[in-house]
Design a protein around this ligand. Structure first.
Ligand code: LLP
Length: 427
């Protein structure tokens, strides 16, 4: 679905617009997002799961008002994890009942705003939060729909998962030791809460389906225990997000329909065996929808060959617009996009302009040896967790997001200005 190609001069075009024109009009660095690609990925998830399930786009991957409108139009729901994301969703007209509110430490103020707005569900993450949300809902005279997030003892990593007896991390309530069952017991007793289901999110950038399958198995196991103990069949389960995307050609991502088929089958089978009514399934993909839809366009500023080592190519952004390489050792590719070159490939490292040697965008890349200041390079697959994790380190200004569609480009998040920075500095 991606509308990226090269014209006769070797210049990258996206949605019918050349990279050079985008750079001229909007400056660099700039995130360029292909709206059709975003919509068709969103639609693919929606279609794969069908009317009997819900797809919640995980706003943490990238959220803006335009994105909220696209999601709304394509029939997706939205997962938010802060008051800021909630405000963005509501201000762009996402119906509150299609919003799920996540987080391991939501403030009372955030909970109050979510309950007042009428969000479709709050995902409870701790014993304290069960009481907190119940209290807020009661004081507002409401009964809030909630799910309980449990940790199923599956720890997912890139390309693999390992099963652990208990997970050593901050999210959710462990299934182990009967804690999740106790959480259900407490939630069922509180009249401010309507417990609608169980939630599990096992990790991110996952390629192996078996982690999801183990999670689904264990979540259904808990539903069965709940039925046996309380005579209540919880109507929903959410299996989280986490589907991996291709950052380099080594990655081989699963398609939404494969995931839908596998999860639906396993939940159906397990429920039948347990003689449970099959719950409504929901999922929360973020990266898999937005990640591949954008690339970052940078201008090369300096080219520094280090004898016997590699050539350092400095671009006009860096760890402030893409922290993932520095933070997770993430891998990206890069290409010269403003012209073609017949020059020999050289081993390069694409680095940013920050005062830090770990400020690396692409660790190892081959770029043409005649690369020179003024050339434009593009780093693909930066739609997820790049703009949303961008910072002002070194008081560098955060780049805009430009959406392209049918030969037209428009800014959906504008470039930050020095005025924006100085407005916050009131000392
Ligand atoms: N649902 C929940 C409850 C989550 O915590 C997350 C991601 C998602 C859904 C969406 O996961 P996705 O489909 O996007 O993998 N900053 C990291 C990723 C952090 C993910 C946090 N939770 C990165 O850049 O790789």
């Amino acid at each position: 679905a991606q509308t990226v190609a090269r014209d006769a001069d070797g210049v990258l075009t996206v949605g019918g617009i050349t990279a050079t024109r985008l750079a001229e009009e909007y400056g660099t660095p700039v995130y360029v997002l292909d709206e059709d690609d975003f919509r068709s990925r969103a639609r693919a998830w929606r279609t794969a799961f069908g009317a009997g399930a819900d797809v919640f786009y995980a706003g943490k991957a990238f959220l803006s008002r335009a994105v909220v409108r696209w999601l709304h139009e394509e029939g997706l729901n939205l997962d938010v994890c802060s008051g800021g994301e909630l405000a963005t969703a509501l201000s762009a007209g996402m119906p509150a009942e299609r919003i799920a509110f996540h987080g391991n430490n939501k403030s009372v103020d955030e909970i109050t705003r979510a309950v007042e707005a009428g969000v479709g569900r709050i995902v409870l993450d701790s014993f304290q939060e069960i009481v907190r949300v119940a209290h807020v809902a009661r004081s507002l005279g409401k009964r809030q729909k909630v799910q309980i997030r449990i940790t199923v003892g599956v720890e997912a990593h890139t390309h693999e998962f390992i099963a652990t007896a208990h997970e050593d991390q901050k999210f959710g309530i462990p299934l182990a030791g009967g804690q999740a069952a106790e959480a259900v017991r407490r939630a069922l007793q509180l009249d401010g809460l309507e417990l609608i289901g169980i939630h599990s999110h096992i990790g991110s950038q996952i390629f192996d389906m078996s982690g999801f399958e183990v999670a689904a198995h264990r979540v259904v196991g808990l539903l069965k225990d709940v039925r046996d103990e309380h005579g209540v069949e919880l109507p929903e389960i959410d299996l989280g997000g986490g589907l991996g995307i291709a950052y380099t050609s080594d990655d081989d991502p699963r398609e939404p329909h494969e995931i839908a088929k596998s999860l639906t089958e396993i939940v159906g089978r397990e429920c039948e065996a347990a003689r449970l009514r099959t719950p409504r399934i929901s999922v929360e993909p973020g990266r898999a929808i937005v990640g591949p839809t954008a690339f970052t366009l940078y201008e090369v500023g300096t080219v520094k060959p280090l004898e016997g080592l590699r050539t350092y190519v400095s671009v006009d952004g860096g760890m402030s617009d893409n922290i993932r390489t520095a933070l997770y050792d993430a891998e990206y590719s890069v290409a010269l996009v403003s012209r073609t070159s017949d020059a020999e490939p050289m081993l390069a490292r694409v680095v940013g302009k920050h005062c830090e040697s770990g400020d690396i965008v692409v660790k190892d890349a081959f770029l043409p040896a005649d690369l020179a200041p003024g050339d434009l390079v593009a780093v693909p697959a930066t739609g997820a967790y790049c703009r949303s994790m961008a910072s002002n380190y070194n008081h560098v200004l955060r780049p805009p997001v430009v959406a392209v569609k049918d030969g037209e480009a428009r800014v959906i998040v504008r470039r930050e200005t020095e005025e924006d920075l100085l407005r916050l500095d009131v000392g």
